[in-house]
Design a protein around this ligand. Structure first.
Ligand SMILES: Nc1ncnc2c1ncn2[C@@H]1O[C@H](COP(=O)(O)OP(=O)(O)OP(=O)(O)O)[C@@H](O)[C@H]1O
Length: 567
């Protein structure tokens, strides 16, 4: 993980290193200068010529004036590295395989992972600089101690080894404690209601007391896990401090004997002691920082997993120059979710522009799953899905991911104006208002006092569900895709908006491949061809053919007709 973290923000790394060396020099220079003066005072052998004093002043001045400029470099490196990780992670989240994406939720992404990335400041700003300073100080101590025939150079090594052994012993419990703490935090977050709407619902159903008890239970669990974590951190800090101060005591005793036996001068002993103390204090800080890094390990493991397992945008872009989709063929395809039985099999489809295709079937039969396959989001278990003349599955999948537009019953509108929402995508027609007019879309917008500049509110809540759906529909159409899949887009809106959208879909189907997933009889009746998903198989036919030849279809439609007549 450390190696991986270090690989980010490459451009700022050299600047950061320069700052670290500068700061280290500033730290040791006074010690060394004092030592030199002390030597001179004791022995009178060093001849301070005017030139050497001037050179020393020059070096110090350069470092001193370079320091403020360099000071921000670690900060820049930290910001760049964190930005890169955050960007790759968010791209990964958006490109995650939909099966795995089911496990992603706002708490995990925002409260754990993104906050985990923020806490990486400690790695870039503190752990790495401390580690470098530690290394440089140790090299200096090693050279001086060997030159002055002292064995103190061995002490920091022994101390580090002992700390390593202690940490390894604690490692057995450390990760579990960290994971338990994180899971406690997330599970409490899941229970947290952050809007009035949620609280109102609880009151209406008189479920607030039950909910409060469950929330207290989760908070208590989190409290216990936090205490476990603090206990673990305190125990390890105790071990760390004992080792550090123990080593310092042994080192001081060694130097005292060196001095007493006149193996070393006072100046030499003092220099070695200051360097050793500096080393051990930095080791102590490092030990503390390692704890913070360890607490971000669950988040970082997940973050790198998402980054490594998501489709990268370059994969999608690879085929952006390939021709558009004129036909989609599905041959003998079957699909099963991991560890689940086959959802459907022997699927054979041939979709072309000019006809309005429908996909009809019982709830949970696998219609939306097929839509995900046709969007290149899910891979079939066997068979072929192709949209190119060559049957290259990977290229077809990438092209489908780019050229298929999908709309569900619950689209998302962003807070902002209608215009901002409509023109969210790239590459749309410059005369987008004229294009929408031709399709009979968004006419209601012109009647609003502020027209296309009307604010839609958070999630589009200032608009009616039907208006919201019309905007989302229009936004997708403006993307000028080759294939459109509409998944129950008119299921929960009023009949007026439903008619407007259906009319536009029909016009669209004259030029594009359009597949409509629906259970509404009034819509099914207008489809050219229907793929009826029943008993894990797809049956193709017109409404009349299916109505006459397929009992399951006939039964389903009769129930649906009765239901719609009642409404
Ligand atoms: N990521 C997933 N992992 C495992 N099973 C899943 C996953 N997504 C959906 N399923 C299951 O697959 C089955 C088919 O789901 P799908 O949403 O494709 O059906 P559908 O025909 O579109 O249903 P509906 O008409 O209710 O929208 C369901 O039983 C569903 O629980």
């Amino acid at each position: 993980m450390i190696k991986r973290l270090f690989s980010y923000g490459k451009a700022g790394r050299m600047g950061a290193l320069q700052q670290i060396v500068n700061e280290w020099l500033i730290m040791v220079l006074p010690v060394l200068t004092a030592a030199v003066i002390f030597f001179w005072y004791q022995t009178g052998t060093i001849n301070f010529t005017l030139t050497s004093i001037l050179i020393a002043i020059l070096v110090l001045t350069i470092i001193y004036f370079n320091l403020p400029r360099a000071r921000s470099r670690i900060e820049q490196w930290t910001i760049t590295a964190k930005q890169q990780i955050r960007k790759e992670y968010l791209q990964g989240v958006f490109n995650t395989d939909p099966v795995k994406a089911e496990k992603l939720n706002a708490e995990t992404v925002i409260n754990r992972d993104l906050q985990g990335i923020d806490r990486l400041n400690v790695f870039y700003n503190s752990v790495f600089p401390s580690f470098c300073a530690e290394f440089l100080s140790y090299i200096l101590l090693l050279i001086l101690a060997i030159a002055w025939h002292s064995w103190v150079w061995i002490l920091p090594i022994i101390c580090i080894l002992l700390i390593g052994v202690g940490m390894m012993l604690l490692q057995k419990v450390g990760p579990q404690v960290n994971w338990a703490y994180m899971n406690g935090w997330l599970s409490m977050g899941h229970r947290f209601i952050d809007d009035l709407h949620g609280i109102n619902t609880l009151m209406v159903y008189k479920a607030d007391t039950r909910y409060r008890d469950s929330f207290s239970e989760k908070s208590e669990f989190f409290r216990q896990k936090t205490m476990d974590l603090l206990k673990y951190q305190l125990q390890s800090l105790l071990i760390l401090n004992s080792l550090i101060f123990g080593t310092l005591a042994v080192g001081s005793a060694m130097l005292w004997f060196n001095l007493k036996n006149q193996n070393m001068s006072l100046a030499q002993s003092l220099v070695l002691w200051v360097l050793m103390a500096e080393l051990l204090i930095t080791e102590r800080q490092l030990g503390y920082f390692v704890h913070i890094i360890m607490s971000t390990k669950p988040a970082m493991t997940h973050i790198f997993h998402i980054i490594d397992h998501a489709k990268t945008p370059t994969e999608f872009k690879k085929d952006s120059t390939v021709e558009s989709i004129n036909e989609i063929k599905v041959e003998d395809a079957s699909f099963a979710y991991p560890d689940k039985p086959l959802l459907w099999e022997n699927a054979n489809f041939d979709l072309k522009p000019g006809k309005l295709y429908g996909l009809v079937g019982h709830n949970g039969s696998g219609k939306s799953t097929l839509a995900q396959v046709l969007r290149g989001q899910l891979k079939i278990s066997s068979g072929i899905v192709s949209c190119l003349s060559a049957d290259n599955q990977n290229e077809s999948t990438n092209l489908l991911a780019q050229r298929v537009g999908y709309l569900s019953a619950q689209p998302y509108l962003f807070s902002g104006t209608i215009k901002e929402n409509l023109t969210l995508g790239e590459g749309f027609n410059s005369d987008w208002q004229g294009y929408l007019k031709d399709l009979g879309l968004c006419e209601f917008v012109e009647k609003l006092p502020e027209g296309f500049n009307t604010q839609v509110g958070e999630g589009g809540k200032l608009l009616s569900p039907g208006q919201r759906q019309q905007i989302a529909f229009a936004r997708l159409i403006l993307m000028n895709k080759d294939v459109y899949i509409f998944d129950e887009v008119t299921a929960s809106i009023d009949s007026n908006n439903s008619k407007i959208i259906l009319k536009a879909i029909k016009k669209l189907a004259a030029q594009k491949i359009v597949l409509l997933i629906t259970h509404e009889w009034t819509i099914i009746d207008q489809l050219d061809f229907i793929y009826f998903l029943t008993d894990r198989h797809f049956v193709l036919g017109t409404v009349d053919e299916l109505d006459q030849q397929n009992d399951a279809f006939k039964k389903m439609m009769s129930t649906q007709k009765d239901l719609e007549a009642e409404l």
